[in-house]
Design a protein around this ligand. Structure first.
Ligand code: M6R
Length: 607
């Protein structure tokens, strides 16, 4: 996590650094800081909390330097405080870090024993003093960084600024992304191309283990062995303008409402709309020869994978194994060397997902990446890229990225079924017809917002909430619970409705809201039976189903959200919008920050 930026400018750079940090705030907002050279001397401004606190501090005490580094933090080691805020500094240098230096304890002891005064609770501070120690031994800044980097274990993207060196920044990456930007007499470092978009679209990415020496004249890249290497410059598609909220109160609200458009846009990439046929997907392995598929992802992207598993198994008759990436990467799972691993990620930088991708790849599997950020590490490492065209997602809670991930999973599952001969033309055509109707149905579902808001008022008083669903509505129940937890901090659980009687039914009482997601699918009646079990125990049921669902349920409902009628296969893509609105409005009513919930970050680049 954490966002880092460095600028070698031609005028004062503090304002530009703040602009870049605004674009990186999705990576963390526990504290922020900037260091520049003022008349050649290192000067820092840091503040706990969101970036606006740093802006207030800079307004009171501006920085004028033409070279600087900046950081926005998601705390891993050490509480979110000004003292632990980056840049960390010695008398000789300042550094910003994204990642975790795993051997920091041993390094801290060694450096302290040598007389260095490390003052923070962070792992990152050793990155400052390791290089300081090498400088003290008489090395130049470049030699000192080259000597220090191999001593740090774990993950890092680093940017170093040196006292008295007003034409030098040094960046390094291992396990965390870093990009170099080329401007007109200016040079930039940033965690991603989006951060640098206001200044330049000419970007080169550091590869794993690389470090780079930046001056206003250009960049010299070194690989992990220190050899000078060339890294290709590319034009980044990241938009120059900072994405705005428009008339919405939060980015999340805007992103929920963008779904008809972006899901439609994504579907149009996979479906030939004039022919109403799914375009054949470029599987990196002959689909006929596949014996199973593995899916890895985290958080909401994992929920998309769970739903995708139902579709692939049903349409392509192929077993799907799915795991959260933080487990998959370490459980030494046997990898099918002739197989395919699908990794799903909005950011394309999630550390555990990236590590799972590498594990699968090293063991011979080909990778299909379902990714929203086309320039991300996962996009670049995938053998076949299946883009989601959601556009930049700023709200920490994944909304439009999720429904676009589902749209992609649905389309490639149909394509896989056709390629394997398990879906005939007529069945595929029927599925495509259902799928292309989805954007319009989401637009209809969004009209339920006033009703959702009314329900959110009662949910805002709950201590716990249960979500139930069967079939593809089960992963959506998990997703609903995740959304509510992360945004409102209300404890919520998602359950397979059929599992209820195996334990969780003991939780049901008059105070427990139970949100039942029951699209009209082949298991609708089973879900209704489970709902009756809840009703019999006094649970407060909120039913999300089609118009006649409430009548057929024949139980007392606390609330009913009447969804549009639709085919059942892809209903979770539509029902997702309702589930997202429930979490959003509950959080807003409770006065929580829907775009930047506490303790979270948009892109989880540490494990
Ligand atoms: O960028 P990714 O899709 O890889 O992120 C995965 C999760 O961190 C993400 O979906 C997270 O669970 C969201 N905050 C959920 O809303």
């Amino acid at each position: 996590m954490c966002g880092i930026v460095g600028i070698l400018g031609t005028g004062p750079v503090a304002g530009q650094i703040v602009d870049a940090l605004k674009r990186l705030e999705y990576r963390g907002y526990d504290s922020a800081g900037i260091a520049t050279l003022e008349a050649g001397r290192l000067t820092r401004r840091r503040a706990e909390g969101k970036l606006r606190n740093l802006e207030t501090r800079l307004a009171a005490a501006p920085l004028e330097g033409a070279i600087g580094i900046g950081h926005t933090r998601w705390a891993t080691h050490g509480k979110p405080s000004e003292a632990n805020a980056h840049p960390h500094a010695s008398e000789k240098l300042a550094v910003v870090h994204n990642g975790i230096i795993e051997n920091f304890k041993a390094l801290r002891e060694e450096l302290s024993a040598k007389g260095h005064k490390l003052e923070t609770e962070t792992d990152s501070e050793v990155a400052a003093f390791l290089v300081t120690d090498e400088l003290a031994a008489g090395k130049s800044p470049i030699e000192a960084v080259a000597a220090a980097l191999p001593r740090m274990r774990g993950a890092y993207a680093l940017a170093y600024l040196f006292d008295g060196e007003d034409n030098l920044l040094i960046g390094a990456r291992r396990g965390a992304p870093l990009a170099v930007g080329y401007g007109q007499g200016e040079m930039y470092l940033g965690s991603d191309a989006l951060a640098l978009a206001p200044f330049t679209d000419l970007i080169a990415y550091l590869e794993e283990g690389d470090w780079v020496v930046l001056t206003r004249e250009g960049a010299v890249f070194h690989d992990a062995t220190g050899k000078v290497v060339t890294r290709r410059k590319i034009r980044s598609p990241a938009g120059g303008l900072l994405i705005e909220k428009g008339n919405y109160r939060h980015f999340m609200a805007k992103e929920i409402h963008e779904q008809p458009e972006v899901v439609g846009h994504t579907l149009a990439h996979y479906i030939d709309m004039s022919e109403q046929r799914v375009r054949p997907f470029a599987w990196p392995v002959d689909p006929a020869k596949l014996s199973r598929i593995t899916i890895c992802a985290c958080g909401t992207a994992y929920m998309a994978g769970l739903i995708g598993k139902y579709w692939i198994e049903r349409f392509a008759r192929l077993p799907v194994e799915i795991d959260v990436a933080s487990e998959y990467r370490y459980r030494e799972a046997p990898v099918d060397a002739s197989g395919v691993t699908i990794v799903i990620s909005q950011s394309g930088e999630t550390a555990d997902t990236l590590a799972s991708l590498r594990y699968a790849k090293e063991n011979g599997s080909k990778i299909v990446g379902i990714v929203n950020v086309p320039t991300s590490s996962i996009s670049r490492l995938s053998d076949s890229l299946a883009p989601t065209l959601a556009g930049p997602e700023i709200g920490v809670a994944s909304t439009k990225a999720f429904t676009c991930q589902l749209a992609v999973m649905a389309a490639i599952a149909i394509s896989l079924g056709q390629a394997r001969g398990t879906l005939d033309e007529a069945s595929a055509a029927a599925l495509v017809a259902e799928l292309v109707a989805i954007p319009g149905l989401i637009a209809q579902a969004l009209k339920l917002e006033p009703a959702v808001e009314a329900i959110a008022h009662s949910l805002a008083k709950a201590r716990d909430v249960l979500y139930l669903g069967r079939g593809t509505a089960y992963p959506l129940a998990l997703e609903g619970a995740l959304k509510l937890k992360e945004l409102s901090y209300i404890h919520a659980e998602g359950y397979a409705a059929g599992e209820l009687k195996h334990g969780p039914i003991a939780l049901i009482d008059e105070a427990m809201p139970v949100i039942v997601i029951a699209p009209r699918d082949p298991v609708f009646e089973k879900t209704v039976s489970n709902m009756q079990e809840v009703a019999a125990r006094g649970g407060r049921i909120i039913l999300i189903g089609d118009k006649s669902a409430a009548e057929e349920a024949a139980v007392g409902l606390a609330h009913f959200l009447a969804m549009p009628e639709m085919g059942h296969e892809f209903a979770p893509i539509v029902y997702a919008a309702t589930v997202q609105m429930i979490a959003y409005h509950t959080a807003v009513i409770m006065g929580k920050d829907a775009d930047q919930p506490r303790n979270l970050a948009k892109s989880v680049t540490v494990e």
